[in-house]
Structure formats: C-alpha cells, structure tokens
Design a protein around this ligand. Structure first.
Ligand code: DAT
Ligand code: MG
Length: 148
C-alpha cells in the first residue's frame, strides 16, 4: 500500500472546493490517513518546494502557497502516488483534460488548486514534512476487500 501527500492549496480553500476535491479521492477508493487545516509558514513552503529554488516562478509560488490556509492530506491505497497524479491532471490547468481536477476547476499554471507527491520517495519526505507520526491514523477499512 502506498501513501502520498496531497495539499489543497490556498486557491482551493478560497474557492470553497475542499469538499469537491476530497470527494473525488474518497470515491476513487483512497483511504484517509491524515488531514489538517493550517496556515503554511514561509519556512514550511520553502522546504516543500526546495526543488524549485532558483526557478523564475519560485518566489511567486511561495507567496501563493503562504497566502492563506491550506489542507494537507495523506491518502493511502494501491498505486496511490500515480493515481493521485493522474486525477490531478497536468501542472497547467489550461492543458489539463476535462475529468481531471486541474482540468475541471482551473485555467492557471500557478494557482492550480492541488499538490500531489510525484514519487514514493518524495511522498515519504513530504508526509514527514507536513505531519508528525502521531497525526497519521492506521485503521482497517471495512470495505478493504472490495476496494483493493
Ligand atoms: P506539479 O504541481 O504539477 O507537480 P511542479 O512540481 O513542476 O508541478 O511545480 C510546482 C508548482 O509550481 C506548480 O504546481 C505550479 C508552479 N509552477 C510550475 N511551473 C510553473 C511555471 N512555468 N510558471 C508558474 N508557476 C509554475
Ligand atoms: Mg511537483
């Protein structure tokens, strides 16, 4: 079973899309392991997007991620990293096909509603960055044998 980190970014919260996005992942069969609503600090945003430091959009990206509250979620499931990335669509909302989250709700590159880890290694790092171990809840879903 894989775990992945999802962030519902400040535009998602301001546009009141939290429930719509969470519903998609629930319905897909991913199981909720951790969830928190928080105001990301500059320090946390810098660590989260360290890989993009030096790029032209870096400063603007940090300003955006710290511009308001966000929701951090850990989802678990079979192939969770790839499943979430597929459901998100492409980075640019304008190029994301209908049916994907960014394709259905956005047209911006930067304000693209959601972050999802892009590898199992980065997922582990990002989960560790946004959550303390005791904020992740292990349990046995009663429908596990049906969901796969
Ligand atoms: P993704 O979020 O699809 O994994 P990424 O990791 O390459 O994309 O970039 C992180 C975020 O940075 C992305 O969600 C939006 C922003 N970003 C990426 N490329 C950009 C660009 N060319 N101009 C403005 N913002 C950009
Ligand atoms: Mg990325």
């Amino acid at each position: 079973m894989q775990r992945t980190l999802v962030l519902l970014k400040p535009d998602c919260i301001q546009r009141r899309l939290i429930g719509s996005l969470i519903q998609r992942f629930e319905q897909k069969g991913l199981r909720l392991v951790g969830m928190k609503f928080l105001q990301p600090s500059r320090e946390l945003a810098e660590k989260h997007y360290a890989v993009h430091k030096g790029k032209p959009f870096y400063e603007s990206l940090l300003t955006f991620l710290t511009s308001g509250p966000a929701v951090a979620i850990v989802w678990e499931g079979r192939e969770a990293v790839a499943v979430v990335r597929e459901m998100m669509g492409k980075t640019d909302g304008a190029k994301s096909p209908p049916g994907t989250i960014r394709g259905d709700y956005g047209i911006s590159v930067q304000n693209n509603l959601i972050h999802g880890s892009d590898s199992t290694e980065n997922a582990a790092m990002e989960i560790n960055l946004w959550f303390a171990p005791n904020e992740l809840v292990a349990y046995q879903p009663v429908d596990a044998s049906w969901i796969g």
